[in-house]
Write a protein that binds this ligand. Structure first.
Ligand SMILES: N[C@@H](CCC(=O)N[C@@H](CS)C(=O)NCC(=O)O)C(=O)O
Length: 187
């Protein structure tokens, strides 16, 4: 091992520190360069995705307003056609009608105003001369919650039947509801 004087040794140490400092600076430089490249990539990605995102947003708004418009036009047409095509109620002796009215107090129909399946059930209710409470699930959140909790889903129409033994039944499917009503109150 060569023998160095004190001054030579301190020069070597200084040179070593100098190299270490250069290495650190170089590392910092690399880190900064990588960050810059990453930022550039992010920026480019935003630029290339922007037209797609804007298009998607515009399509969403257009579709939403298109269906809203269709609903606005269709709703009155459906309601007028329901009014025009609702059959006359069957006639019953007053005592029979009173018995039917009493039984109907245990029923409630969860429904939408413009749902075609609900319209089908409402027409059958009218034909059978029944007074059943209609609960609008679309515009009344409390009814929607009741339906979800009681029946398990927010599908309409659903007939809630309060049986005499205290049991509650939630009957879905327009055909099944009409068949049940017909069986109970049909002539
Ligand atoms: N097969 C059913 C169809 C009922 C149906 O599709 N109802 C729609 C409204 S027109 C509905 O409740 N959609 C909401 C849902 O399914 O959660 C019936 O005849 O009652």
């Amino acid at each position: 091992m060569p023998q160095y004087t004190y001054s030579e040794r301190s020069q070597v140490t200084n040179a070593f520190d100098y190299c270490r400092m250069r290495a650190r600076l170089f590392k910092a430089y690399l880190l900064a360069r990588n960050l810059a490249v990453y930022n550039d990539v992010l920026f480019l990605r935003t630029l290339t995705h922007a037209p797609g995102l804007a298009m998607e947003f515009i399509m969403r708004v257009l579709i939403r307003y298109f269906f809203r418009g269709v609903r606005l036009v269709l709703a009155p047409v459906m309601l007028i056609s329901e009014k025009l095509s609702t059959p006359n109620a069957v006639e019953r002796a007053p005592a029979d009608q009173a018995r039917v009215d009493q039984a109907c107090q245990n029923l409630a129909l969860y429904q939408f105003r413009t749902c075609p399946f609900c319209i089908k059930v409402r027409k059958e209710i009218a034909r059978l001369g029944l007074t059943i409470e209609l609960r609008d699930v679309q515009h009344d959140p409390a009814h929607k919650q009741d339906l979800l909790e009681g029946g398990g889903k927010t599908k309409v129409p659903c007939l809630k039947i309060h049986h005499e033994d205290g049991r509650e039944e939630w009957l879905y499917e327009s055909d099944d509801i009409n068949a049940w009503l017909h069986q109970q109150f049909g002539a």
